[in-house]
Design a protein around this ligand. Sequence first.
Ligand code: 13P
Ligand code: SF4
Length: 365
Amino acid sequence: MAIQATSVQDMYNKMREKLADVVPDVELQIKAEIAYEINRLKVEKNAIILGHNYMEPALFATIPDYVGDSLMLSRKAAQTDKDIIVFCGVEFMAETAKILNPNKTVLLPASHAGCSLAESISAEDVRWLRSQYPGVPVVTYINTYADVKAESDICVTSGNAVAVVNSLQSDTVIFLPDEYLAKNVARETGKQIILPTRAGNALEKMHAGVDNGMKANIELTSPADFQMVGWHGRCEVHDKFTVSDIQAVRAQFPDVVIVSHPECSPEVVEASDFSGSTQAMINFVERTEAPRYLVLTECSMGDNIAAANPHKEMLRLCSVRCPHMNQITMEDTLDSLRYNQYEINVPEEIRVRAVRAVERMIAFG
Ligand code: 13P
Ligand code: SF4
C-alpha cells in the first residue's frame, strides 16, 4: 500500500524505515519529494496507482495503492471506482485495465513499454491456429495485446495457468504464446505439446510433455499424440537464465534456495527449488526459513524482497534486465498524473471481444 505522509519530511522518514538497507540516503531524499507529490496529486485527481512487483524499490514501496503480479493487479483494476488508473507496469497490463474499464482513463507512465511475449504473436496467428485445430479452446497468456485476447477463449497468468487448463472441458488446448510457460504447464498437467509454425506451412513438432518437458524433436504422427498446441514466444529476460547459472551459484553458495518464474525454460524450472508467479515467489521467500535466495526473474524484484526481509540474503543475476519494465520511473509517473499521459485506448470493436476472455480469467477464482 502507498505510504501516507503528512509532509515530504514525513515521507522521507517513512521511506527510511522501509528502504534504508536497499536505497542510498541521497536517493531517498530525492524520491521522497517525488513520492509525496505523486500521492498528493493522486488524491486530487481521484486516481489509483497499480504497481507491478518489478518496479524499483523506491517506487514500489511508496506510491502504488496495490502491488502484485498480473493476476492480482487485473483484479484490482476490475474492482476500482476511481476515475483514473495509472499502471506502473507494461503496456499489456495497462491495456488489460482499459479492457475492463472502458469509461475510465488508463495511463501508462511511458509512451511505450512493450514485452517480447506480447510482440511474439498476432491476431492473425491465432486465427490461423484455430483454422488448424477447429474446436480447440484458445488459452492466452495475459502477456498479449488486446487484438490477440479478442481471438481467445480465456486469459491466464502464470498464477493460474495450470488451474485454468485443468478446469477446461477439453483434452486438447491451444496455449499461447509463451513456449516455456506452455511447456511448464504441459508438464504439470501431464499433457504433450507441439509447437506448430506457419513458415512453409510445416508443423515443427516438439515433444515436451509427460516425462519432464525436455524431450525435443520427437516426431508425432497424429493429433492423438498431443494435447497442447503452443507457440514460439519467449520472454527476453527469463530466456537468458540457464541451468549452468544455477549450478554455478549452487557451487558457490551450497545453502542457496533458488526460485524461478515459469517463463524460464523447463530445464531451469526443474533445477529450481520453487517456481511460480512473481507474487508466488515473493510469498515463498517470505514463508521459507533459509538464509539465502536467488530469484530468477527481473532483478529489481530481488531488491523489493530484500527490503521486506532484512534478515534474508538475496543474490541477484542483474546482467539481464527487462528494458520495458525499467521504462517506468517515479519521475515519469509524476508527469503521467500531471499531464494525463500516456493514455491507453483500445478500439471498442476489439475491446468487447477481448473482455470476455479477461473476465473469464477474473471470474475463475
Ligand atoms: P507475473 O504475472 O508473475 O507478475 O508475471 C508478469 C511478467 O511479465 C513476468 O515477466
Ligand atoms: Fe515481458 Fe519478460 Fe519483461 Fe515480463 S520480464 S514484461 S515477460 S519482457
